[in-house]
Design a protein around this ligand. Structure first.
Ligand code: THU
Length: 133
């Protein structure tokens, strides 16, 4: 799966975003290790704190379809001039389903692409396993 294909899918799903409060549309396309692609967009709510982000909605869709998942690629698209990085909550959720080497690509309506690893985005991720004996 080419990165450009994932970007196109993320761009396409961003158009379905339910973002009447912020007017900030976000689309995400994720590739799982089993080779399937899932998409998600942000879904806002009149009770603002109930908003869910594109990345988490894409991951929830992957889990609903596959059960146990491992992420291979994460793409985030925003219809903006510069790329947007995943929020803190989404970073922890991405961490839950990936190895430390996973790359996250943020893209936008210019050629600027932000390519990072989950380790860069969340160097001290919370991991309950570290507290278990
Ligand atoms: N948003 C995402 O979908 N993903 C992120 O990583 C950051 C923020 C959404 C949430 C809200 O609907 C809008 O962007 C503005 O914060």
């Amino acid at each position: 799966m080419e990165l450009s294909e994932l970007k196109e899918k993320a761009k396409s799903v961003a158009m379905n975003a339910y973002a009447p409060y912020s007017s900030f549309r976000v689309g995400s396309a994720i590739l799982t290790k089993s080779g399937n692609v899932y998409v998600g967009c942000n879904m806002e709510n009149t009770s603002y704190g109930l908003t869910t982000c594109a990345e988490r909605n894409a991951i929830a869709s992957a889990i609903a379809n596959e059960g146990k998942i491992e992420l291979d690629q994460v793409v985030v698209y925003t219809p903006t001039a510069q790329p947007a990085s995943p929020c803190g909550v989404c970073r922890q959720v991405i961490y839950e389903f990936c190895g430390s080497d996973i790359r996250i690509h943020s893209c936008c309506d210019t050629d600027e692409v932000l390519e990072t690893t989950i380790k860069q985005l969340l160097p001290d991720a919370f991991n309950l396993d570290e507290f278990k004996k």
